[in-house]
Design a protein around this ligand. Structure first.
Ligand code: FAD
Ligand code: NAP
Length: 338
């Protein structure tokens, strides 16, 4: 077990926040995990944090415990039937590398989720989603190590309470488990999801005649590269807030008062575009020191260089308060705060 002490996490989180970890240990096997949780350094669940790609985390202070860097690797198709491939990926695999593997083998279902940063192990955490597809649509099961009981549990779809950017791992079991691997149920015959306008437009630009999972993935990659700030250039963790989901009645009242409000149907409710609420409150392009609200994407908070985590958090708090006061809507943070 190789322990690093008092190290900077700046290169381990896409916000580029210079918080420090008391201890930092990488693991690439179950044995290594057991060694860590049985060592004298390990205190409890709350003082240990599993880190994937650090693309959905904001460190507001130094981490007074062990950061466990996940390096578990391996992807294999473990089973197939007439309709599906069951593909198991280790939690430390890069998410986009996994998507590329699926494209190469014609496993359909994750093409709309191309180029999402981070690791496989975090994909069920917030039921990652983009362009009309969520992990729950392809999720079969996962195995996870319980840090306190030191046992391995298997979770199937119904055990995970997947919701909009939510799961049992982000709430009820926060910090309890280390996700070891995830098995996805991918289709042999693809079902295409091109209902998000940007995809249709990009497929036209690309002059695509016949749809397949490879060109949908390429369309998503093109849109994301053009629209989203690259964390390698400007620190960010993607959407900082979730899109609020409200009842139809609440929506009708808001729509009367704010006819330009942007919203989409969401099951029996309505999903508001948080970016519109934030932009309408005047935050888009706002900057105080090195903490800011991105100039093209109001939902994305950014670190222009040397912002501290608590400066980004304070900015997020001001945004929450102003949206609350203007629209009576409480924005929820999507990013995990530590
Ligand atoms: P981390 O940030 O390392 O961790 C996030 C949380 O999960 C932490 O609480 C951590 O402790 C926990 N965790 C991580 N791995 C494990 C594990 N193996 N076991 C237990 N707990 C674990 N998200 C979307 O849903 N859709 C998008 O389209 C999207 N686009 C993005 C675009 C950009 C530019 C950026 C920067 C982020 C975007 N995100 C998006 C957010 C982020 O990429 C995803 O949430 C991603 O799944 C986070 O993965 P990660 O490995 O970086 O997780
Ligand atoms: P966009 O296409 O400009 O759309 C703005 C918002 O409207 C999105 O948040 C999306 O909700 C919603 N929307 C648009 N078309 C919709 C439709 N046909 N049906 C239902 N909802 C619709 O958004 P964007 O910022 O460029 O992002 C594109 C996609 O990538 C979105 O799915 C977004 O969630 C995802 N993304 C996520 C993150 C993150 O960190 N979580 C970061 C960047 C991009 P949804 O968000 O519910 O899809």
């Amino acid at each position: 077990m190789k322990v690093k002490e008092n190290i900077s996490l700046k290169t381990f989180n896409t916000f580029g926040i210079d918080a420090r970890a008391k201890y930092f240990i990488s693991f690439d096997s179950l044995e290594a995990i057991r060694e860590i949780v049985e060592s004298d350094l390990y205190i409890n669940e709350q003082q240990s944090l599993v880190l994937g790609g650090g693309s959905n985390i904001l460190f507001t202070k130094n981490f007074d415990g062990i950061v466990l860097k996940n390096d578990l690797k391996g992807i294999e198709c473990i089973k197939e039937d007439d309709e599906n491939y069951y593909v198991k990926a280790a939690a430390g695999e890069g998410w986009h590398q996994f998507v590329l593997h699926c494209l190469e083998h014609n496993y359909a279902g994750v093409e709309n989720l191309s180029l999402i940063p981070g690791n496989v192990g975090a994909s069920p955490m917030q039921n990652i989603g983009a362009y009309g597809v969520e992990i729950k649509d392809v999720f079969h099961s996962l195995k996870a190590f319980h840090k306190r009981d030191k046992t391995i549990a298997e979770f199937f779809k119904n055990d995970c309470a997947f919701g909009y950017r939510e799961s049992v791992f982000k709430n009820k079991y926060k910090n309890d488990f280390i996700i070891l691997n995830v098995t996805y149920k991918l289709r042999k015959k693809p079902v295409f999801h091109t209902e998000y306008g940007a995809i249709e437009m990009e497929l036209k630009n690309m002059n695509v005649q016949e749809l397949n999972i490879q060109n949908i993935s390429q369309a998503v990659i093109n849109i994301r590269k053009a629209k989203l700030p690259d964390p390698a250039v400007i620190g960010n963790a993607g959407s900082f807030f979730k899109n609020p989901v409200i009842t139809k009645t609440q929506y009708e009242l808001l729509k009367n008062e704010f006819p330009a409000i942007v919203a989409h149907p969401f099951n029996d409710e309505v999903k508001l575009a948080a970016a519109w609420l934030i932009e309408t409150c005047g935050w888009k392009g706002y900057r105080l020191g090195d903490a800011g609200c991105h100039e093209n994407q109001a939902l994305v908070l950014v670190n222009y260089g040397h912002a501290k985590g608590n400066e980004i958090f304070e900015l997020s708090q001001k945004i929450v308060e102003s949206v609350q006061s203007a629209f009576g809507i409480t924005l929820e943070r999507e990013v995990n705060i530590y």
